[in-house]
Design a protein around this ligand. Sequence first.
Ligand code: IMP
Length: 179
Amino acid sequence: MGNSHITIHNKEFRPYFSAVQLDEVVTSLAARLSADYAGHKPLFVVVLTGGFMFASDLLKRFVGDCEIVFIRVASYEGTDSTGVVQEILGLREEVQDRHLIIVEDIVDTGTTMHHLMPTLLAKGPASVEIAALFFKPASLRHELSVRYVAMEIPNDFVVGYGLDYDGLGRNLPDVYVAV
Ligand code: IMP
């Protein structure tokens, strides 16, 4: 990918992870998942939009029977004590007694997953784990266990390989970081 900086919406980014490096970490995460879920026919729940490219590469390398569903999450302020109500759009599959693996582009503050978990758990799955391309531990603001992480990164803003900066950059095959 070279050393060239790129500009998106007047913000400068430098190369961070090449497509080759991403391929390596995604391949090894897929091998872990294939071993851990052998014989369990998991249901991968891919969170759109950012997770699409990671999910595509990860699931091509998953060995064994599995199902795949794409969801969107919509949060709005509720009137209950937790404040936020999480609605899951697109989950038509039966999840009761299934082994679920949420596929996310990045866990940053953990807020999205913190609200999604109880909504999924209420549907009675056998298990729920999170598989994230990137995890920013220093940013985490909630009690959350992210068992499957392709790469831990510092608290920097990244773009490319599905992740966007204000709508742009998702199509880039490499990942860039804000300078
Ligand atoms: P969280 O709820 O704070 O964990 O953030 C989750 C969502 O924020 C991710 O699914 C991304 O869409 C977005 N996000 C967080 N950090 C980044 C980043 O560095 N680049 C692009 N999007 C990000």
